[in-house]
Design a binder for this molecule. Structure first.
Ligand code: GLY
Ligand code: MN
Ligand code: MN
Length: 435
């Protein structure tokens, strides 16, 4: 196994994190638990993003620990011990010796020694930082120790949200690979194509490039495009319908997240075009609002103002402009009947990455800073089955979302997914080229 980043990248991250913590502290960061898929079969394991961030360790059943009880910080990994019989079934393990020699930590132990090593340290420490809910053994030791357990995430999140040059490079690769995958799916568009078939084209592009999906791919044709988290992908897409594909990959842990919506027969109807052009206009305005120094809420405000005005102009909303827009900080305009999610989120090791966003009504959220990467993804959804709102007949069954990945820089927003077409003329030209 090769580490994703240089030793110095990891040691910079560890120092930036640990140097802000008090004396006499210990920090415990467990990796994710394994999850059962069926009987004795597990989902493919994916390490915890904080673990990947701090030391790149990707085996299961492991814990990263740091302590400054001796006066200076030292770091350790607790890892599965080498065990030939287990390794025959489950795969090779680095073991404590391999971990200590090849990973950016000072020492390593078998995970079986966790209790024995950590318990006396807990007794000697004044501050314990731990991410709970990941490792039941640690949770129960800490429950019994009688101390307040502090959450290290806010210290780590403020670091993770600003990407280093090396991280930006990987995220660029991830964005470009996902763009290529979407283009291959567009080329395979034709009436009657299965949602599952488009999914297989996208995911085969990921796999054949040694990447994997960052989240279950959404391939929704027709009415399914109006279901925000649709991912059963089992219906054929009929002539005349749009298909919405929200799919991104993970390259060495780093996610991309792209949505494109296009007519499966290669030609938008007038009604589809009206909705698509409105979403596109709002998306372009929101990207432009992704300026260093702007507040998080500013790009949602940019997209929602355009959507609100457009819904009035198309006769979909019947209210004043003020009512359509609502209070920009409360996200309560009439437009939310058809655009019911936020305009974006941070992107990184997690597809919905750390860094915050709005913490409730009236919070404009954090300031956008160079090195942050966000998605911009407005949408409009007119599922004809909905009973909560009136669905205009002309637009019934239409769902459109357009999503790009944006790097914030001093010189303005950089669209990492710019190679993925989204203009109507570009889409109409490329769809069905494989027919
Ligand atoms: N693919 C999940 C999202 O767009 O947020
Ligand atoms: Mn997204
Ligand atoms: Mn998405």
């Amino acid at each position: 196994m090769v580490l994703t980043f240089s030793d110095s990248e990891y040691s910079n991250r560890q120092s930036a994190f640990l140097d802000n913590l008090p004396e006499n502290s210990i920090v415990l960061i467990p990796t994710n638990p394994r999850s059962v898929r069926s009987n004795d079969t597990h989902y493919p394991f994916r390490a915890n993003s904080y673990m990947l961030y701090l030391c790149g360790w990707s085996e299961s059943d492991s814990v990263w620990m740091a302590s400054n009880l001796s006066g200076t910080w030292s770091t350790s990994l607790f890892v599965p011990p080498q065990d030939t019989k287990a390794e025959i079934w489950e795969g090779r393990r680095a073991g404590p010796e391999g971990a200590a020699n090849n990973w950016p930590v000072d020492s390593a132990y078998s995970i079986a020694d966790l209790l024995e090593v950590v318990s006396p340290m807990i007794e000697d420490s004044e501050h314990i930082f731990c991410i709970d809910g990941l490792n039941s053994e640690i949770d129960s030791i800490l429950q019994d120790c009688g101390m307040d357990i502090l959450d290290p995430k806010k210290h780590l999140d403020s670091l993770r949200v600003i990407k280093s040059e090396a991280e930006i490079e990987l995220m660029r690769k991830s964005a470009e690979l996902a763009s290529d995958a979407h283009i291959l799916a567009m080329r395979a568009g034709k009436p009657g194509v299965g949602e599952w078939h488009l999914q297989s084209i996208i995911e085969s592009c990921f796999t054949s490039n040694r990447a994997q999906w960052a989240y279950p791919s959404i391939v929704g044709g027709g009415e399914n495009a109006a279901i925000l988290h649709y991912n059963s992908n089992q219906d054929p897409v009929a002539d005349g319908e749009l298909v919405l594909i929200d799919a991104g990959c993970e390259v060495e842990g780093y996610a991309s997240d792209i949505t494109r919506t296009w007519p499966v027969n290669g030609k938008f109807t007038e009604a589809q075009k009206e909705i698509y052009e409105l979403v596109l206009k709002s998306q372009i305005a929101a990207i432009e609002a992704c300026q260093a120094g702007a507040k998080w809420s500013s790009f949602h405000e940019a997209s929602s103002r355009i959507i609100a005005k457009g819904l009035l102009d198309l006769g979909i909303l019947d209210c004043t402009l003020e009512e359509a827009i609502g209070d920009p900080l409360e996200f309560d305009g009439q437009y939310r009947k058809y655009f019911m999610h936020g305009t974006g989120h941070f992107l990184g090791l997690d597809v919905h990455d750390v860094g915050g966003g709005r913490q409730g009504d009236n919070d404009p959220g954090p300031e956008l800073k160079p090195g942050m990467i966000v998605t911009v993804e407005p949408g409009l959804y007119f599922g004809s089955w909905r009973t909560d709102v009136k669905i205009p007949e002309r637009y019934a069954g239409i769902g459109v979302r357009i999503e790009d990945d944006i790097l914030i820089t001093e010189d303005g927003p950089v669209v990492l997914t710019s190679s993925c077409p989204k203009e109507i003329s570009e889409l109409e030209e490329i769809i069905g080229q494989m027919r």
